[in-house]
Design a protein. Structure first.
Length: 583
């Protein structure tokens, strides 16, 4: 990396790449008086020209495989990188892949920045900061593997008139909490802007893109920081950084950038006008911010003005101090609302936000690799649901637990019995959160092929849910609505279907005759593709051993006794097997 600004190199590259070789040569001779700048631009252009051969299928990626990741559509783009939605085929989970643009892959400077981003962001463990899973390289393609966050960027969420005050404070506190945690870990973001902040579908903030992050440790190479400092988004930079692009981020420049975001959430517009980058950058350095809308409480307006003070020493001293001030604003807003609208305050009160935030913090502690801590977390969620039966809280808890049940990120080192025990306990808390409407949480065949041993679904509405290939041994579907549900190929030994609605259910290739509580009135309503019931007990036992790999005598005594009673009922004269043969 030369001492020249990367922004200048990027500008020249962007203009030259659309020209043919002859025009490029003339343009670069005229525009690049500095030989080192021209060398950098020509290097990038060379990589750009051969990009299809260098990157191959990954230049458009969709539907291809990179390492063990199946890559789908792009979900984000920046100056030097693209982000794709991908599926980790080993762990069966969605991730996001950040891949360098093909023209940047051959340049060591961009590659170093990508590696630095992964290294700095991987230090951070916070619910409002995107999780970095890995950094890898394959066939010359360098990429970061990170958490996939379904949702929208904050700039897409903010409407032309801004956001409601309570929603703004909810997002603002999450952002500052994350920044404060990063600072405590020795990292400053360096490129705060709405486009680098995701709002998940359940209202959870995630900070993205630590590509310009600054390490605060003494071991960091200052030349690397100086190079990163030249990047960034000028309309969201502090005035002192705009005056000196060599200047690194610090806590107070981060606070200024956050102030611009907070202003935009409250008003729907930039604090220093709607002009181009150059005009806004000049206004940030010289002009006062435009007045906030009248809806903004005076205390919150003062907080914004302090964040946007052009003298850095007059801003909040630290991100922690700013977080405390935001919490006070939220508390004042709550009290004011409770005086004006006692009945309507509760659904949008700050206590609801606090409870929701606490629930997310507890959910983040769930892990199949730490069974004892996970049981403690589930107990804490149960108490939280008892103390605060708010619809939003219940939804957040239910969605978080759904993700945990669907997770298979426990590897071969974790034995299945603790996993099953945790899933059963998780399901009970989910039922507390959403009642009987469990089926609404599981879409797109998400439960298929999971180990759901012993899960108690009693009384739940699971209409049209697919349990295809699931290991459902000893699960309980008593009095469930499982009409149109699929149990195709499922393992259903000792599964209790007593009084369940099986209308239109698909039991193809499932061992229905090893299930409990099934009556003819139920089976005559299912899809007509049932396995033939073995004719006698010895045949039943042989089938069990072949399907499950263990002889009948190896099962628990309770399971054996249930099967003996069930088989006796099904095989007796006039029993279920005979009734089905006559059908």
């Amino acid at each position: 990396m030369t001492s020249r600004s990367w922004n200048e190199i990027g500008r020249l590259f962007a203009k030259a790449r659309s020209m043919d070789s002859a025009k490029r040569c003339v343009y670069l001779q005229r525009a690049c008086r500095n030989a080192s700048v021209r060398h950098e631009v020509e290097t990038l252009l060379e990589q750009y020209d051969k990009g299809e051969n260098l990157l191959g299928v990954f230049s458009s990626v969709g539907g291809k495989v990179l390492s063990h990741y199946e890559v789908f559509e792009p979900i984000g783009a920046g100056g030097q990188a693209l982000v794709y939605r991908a599926r980790d085929t080993r762990l069966n989970r969605w991730v996001a892949l950040k891949v360098l643009q093909h023209w940047a892959m051959g340049h060591t400077g961009f590659k170093k920045r990508l590696i630095q981003e992964a290294q700095l962001a991987s230090r951070l463990n916070h619910p409002n900061i995107v999780t970095i899973h890995d950094i890898a390289e394959e066939n010359g393609v360098c990429f970061i593997v990170m958490e996939h966050v379904p949702g929208k960027s904050l700039d897409a969420v903010i409407g032309p008139k801004g956001l409601p005050i309570q929603e703004t404070l909810h997002y603002a506190r999450q952002i500052v909490d994350a920044l404060s945690a990063a600072e405590s870990a020795g990292v400053l973001h360096g490129d705060l802007k709405p486009a680098n902040i995701m709002v998940s579908d359940d209202g959870h903030i995630k900070l993205l893109d630590f590509g310009l992050a600054t390490a605060l440790s003494a071991g960091q190479d200052p030349r690397q920081d100086a190079a990163s400092a030249r990047f960034g988004t000028k309309p969201y930079m502090a005035p002192e950084r705009l005056r000196n692009l060599q200047l690194n981020s610090n806590s107070r420049s981060e606070i200024f950038s956050f102030g611009l975001i907070l202003y935009q959430m409250l008003s729907g517009r930039h604090a220093f006008g709607a002009g181009g980058d150059k005009a806004v950058s000049v206004a940030i350095q010289k002009d006062p911010p435009a007045p906030l809308p009248a809806k903004v409480p005076a205390g919150l307006a003062r907080l914004v003005r302090r964040c946007l003070d052009k003298t850095s020493g007059r801003r909040f001293k630290s991100l922690n101090e700013l977080l405390y001030a935001l919490q006070k604003c939220a508390s004042l807003k709550k009290r004011r609302t409770s005086v004006q609208q006692v009945d309507s305050a509760r659904p949008v009160s700050s206590s609801a936000v606090v409870q929701t935030r606490r629930a997310r913090s507890i959910l983040d502690r769930l892990s199949y690799r730490n069974v004892a801590r996970s049981h403690e977390s589930l107990a804490a969620l149960g108490r939280l649901l008892e103390d605060g039966p708010l619809p939003r809280l219940r939804r957040v808890v239910a969605l978080g637990l759904r993700t945990f049940i669907l997770s298979t990120d426990f590897g071969s080192s974790v034995p299945m019995p603790p996993v099953r025990e945790l899933r059963r306990a998780t399901l009970q808390i989910m039922k507390t959160a959403v009642g009987v409407t469990l089926g609404s949480l599981f879409q797109n065949r998400e439960l298929e092929h999971l180990d759901l041993f012993g899960m108690d679904f009693t009384g739940s509405d699971l209409h049209d849910v697919s349990f295809k290939g699931c290991f459902l041994v000893e699960a309980n579907f008593r009095k469930c609505n499982i009409a149109q549900a699929s149990f195709r190929g499922a393992y259903i030994r000792n599964v209790d279907f007593t009084d369940a609605d099986l209308n239109g259910a698909d039991l193809t290739d499932a061992d229905w005759f090893n299930a409990i509580g099934i009556r003819f009135e139920q089976l005559r309503l299912v899809a007509p593709t049932l396995l033939d019931c073995p004719p006698n007990v010895p045949a039943m036992r042989r089938y069990l051993k072949n399907r499950y790999g263990f002889p009948f005598e190896s099962w628990e005594t309770r399971a054996q006794e249930e099967l003996k009673a069930t088989w006796a009922a099904y095989l007796r004269s006039g029993g279920l097997r005979e009734a089905l043969l006559r059908r």
